[in-house]
Write a protein that binds this ligand. Sequence first.
Ligand code: DX5
Ligand code: ZN
Length: 213
Amino acid sequence: MLVAPSILSADFGHLARDVEGICEGGCDLVHVDVMDGHFVPNLTIGPVVVEAVAKAATKPLDIHLMVENNSFFVDLFAPLKPEFISFHIEEEKHPHRLIQKIRSLGIRPAIVLNPQTLPEMLEFLLEDLDMVLLMSVNPGFGGQKFIPSVVEKAKRLKALIEKRNPACLIEVDGGVNDENVKLLGEAGVDVVVAGSFVYKHPKGVKEAIASLK
Ligand code: DX5
Ligand code: ZN
């Protein structure tokens, strides 16, 4: 299992230290939650702060956009050379076009599905995607409770991926811990995002990442 800790649960007064901590602690990706106060009722960070994150990180960035104007934000973050940029299909009229744009910028494209969105919506996009991110909470905040139906959804998505593009990864985000991660692994999930579990773990981030793996 690849682990992408969400820096939303880091101490923003010591952000560089907390980014270095997860990278030294064995994470695979650094998950960055970008919220605009419109698509979700929360506002987080923009390119100025993410540039500082990119400088501190020794692992690739996984940027999760929760915004209304996806294309505008792709342009803002592209110069930071993240590994992935993911955008919500619920907020994009032309997902196929945006996937091509992200790839043309040298970034791996990913689509995010909210808890209610059917995986079958992606059937004819999968061959152009490098990853699908399934939300296991409603987007907007860290520290929420895991929605268990995502396990069944991951299995359905896995079947579609096998048919259309076996190289496409499945990532799950929200309320992930060392118990539900097992069910996710069995369902075919490749990457888990974990914020509060990693940063609030009593034994520290390294131990938290190891327990998810
Ligand atoms: C929620 C974010 C998540 C969140 C995860 O909108 O996309 O990445 O920070 O935090 P936890 O693991 O605490 O649910
Ligand atoms: Zn996220």
